[in-house]
Write a protein that binds this ligand. Structure first.
Ligand code: KIV
Length: 273
């Protein structure tokens, strides 16, 4: 039943994502980190699935995305790929796997593609990582850029506040987006920047722009699936819309199970052999 909410059930490719921008069709993207969630997300009609390095937070409980390793990302990505029929699957290159030098970066990108079976990689940063991006693109690997709030640089920023409010940073973001698009990135994520700037960048480049906390003028939107399903009660940024309260639904269900076990209500005669 893959893609039952969408008319077109063909596998989404980088080419089709570009076509969606040209046709003015919005692109829906969510994260997933495991087989079961990926299957649900794919069956619901999401166009792109991101194995975000936010797995470091949501799956491992770390405070930042920095500790997750390439082996752990490949494990998550491989699990996601097994659950997906339609969506384009993008895997984050984790911190430290592309900042050292372009040869190291291309080796790591090849490992991610080969060992996980995903469709593309995502990398955080602008012109400073352009040589690595170009080397990876030259190897035939599609790259999604990521500008604005780039969580792998949280220790440099010192805060998760909105980025590019000042003109100098906004100008750098404009030229970074142009450089990534010209280099051949198939999409760019813009995270937590003013909506007007995101709209301007979206309109100035041919490449699809996927926003998170970047307003409605982008070509598409991405959210962390645990956040939009309300599994995580501690994270409530202004940009987040919660579509369910799974924390409440799950604690209620599990709480009833605990009560039933303790009261000897479960299992009953019909639930045993
Ligand atoms: O790691 C992640 O989940 C991301 C999204 C927030 C874009 O990069």
């Amino acid at each position: 039943m893959a893609g039952y909410l969408v008319e077109d059930t063909r596998k989404v490719t980088t080419h089709r994502v570009m076509e969606m921008k040209q046709a003015g069709k919005k692109i829906a993207m969510l994260t997933a980190y495991d087989y079961s969630m990926a299957k649900i997300v794919d069956d619901s009609g999401v166009d792109m699935i991101l194995i975000g390095d936010s797995a470091s937070n949501t799956m491992a409980g770390n405070l930042t995305t920095l500790p997750i390793t390439i082996d752990q990302m490949i494990y998550h990505a491989r699990s996601v790929v097994r659950g997906v029929k339609r969506a384009l699957v993008v895997c984050d290159m984790p911190f430290g796997t592309y900042q050292v030098d372009p040869e190291d970066a291309v080796r790591n990108a090849i490992r991610i593609m080969q060992e996980s079976g995903c469709d593309a990689v995502k990398m955080e940063g602008g012109v400073e990582i352009l040589p690595a991006i170009k080397r990876i693109l030259d190897a035939g690997i599609p790259v999604c850029g990521h500008l604005g709030l780039t969580p792998q640089s949280i220790n440099k920023f010192g805060t998760y506040a909105v980025r590019a409010r000042q003109e100098a940073e906004a100008n750098k973001l404009r030229s970074d987006a142009k450089a990534l698009a010209e280099a051949g990135c198939f999409a760019i994520v813009l995270e937590k920047i003013p909506a007007a700037l995101a709209t301007e960048v979206t309109q100035s480049i041919d490449v699809p722009v996927i926003g998170i906390g970047a307003g409605g003028g982008c070509d598409g939107q991405v959210l962390v699936v645990h956040d939009m399903l309300g599994m995580n009660q501690d994270f409530s940024p202004k940009f987040l819309r919660r579509y369910a309260n799974l924390y409440e639904i799950m604690t209620d269900a599990i709480g009833r199970y605990v009560a039933d076990v303790k009261s000897c209500d479960f299992p009953n005669k019909d639930e045993q052999y």
